[in-house]
Ligand binder design. Sequence first.
Ligand SMILES: N[C@@H](CCC(=O)N[C@@H](CS)C(=O)NCC(=O)O)C(=O)O
Length: 86
Amino acid sequence: MKAPILDLYYFDACPYCQRVLKVIDKHHIKVNYIDIYDDLKNLQKLTVITGTKMVPCLFIDGDPMHESLDIIAWLEKNLVRLTKTT
Ligand SMILES: N[C@@H](CCC(=O)N[C@@H](CS)C(=O)NCC(=O)O)C(=O)O
């Protein structure tokens, strides 16, 4: 099965995002990072697709998932099929 493409919408000062980032870092998971305050278009895209500007939001092959604890649970459950950075 092909590894899913992961896009994480986040911003650095968000503690819930940091919780997710820590797990991504710990398991060396390859993720595309999209800072919602880096470029207004990122925030607009998140809001248009999900109806909220809440982060963290992990897009899994284009499907958005909210809630840091749900994201962490999903990452840990699917670890074996995720692309790693090292
Ligand atoms: N229960 C959520 C809380 C996420 C949350 O409150 N994120 C804040 C930033 S730290 C946010 O995006 N607030 C903007 C909003 O809710 O529209 C989680 O665990 O992911």
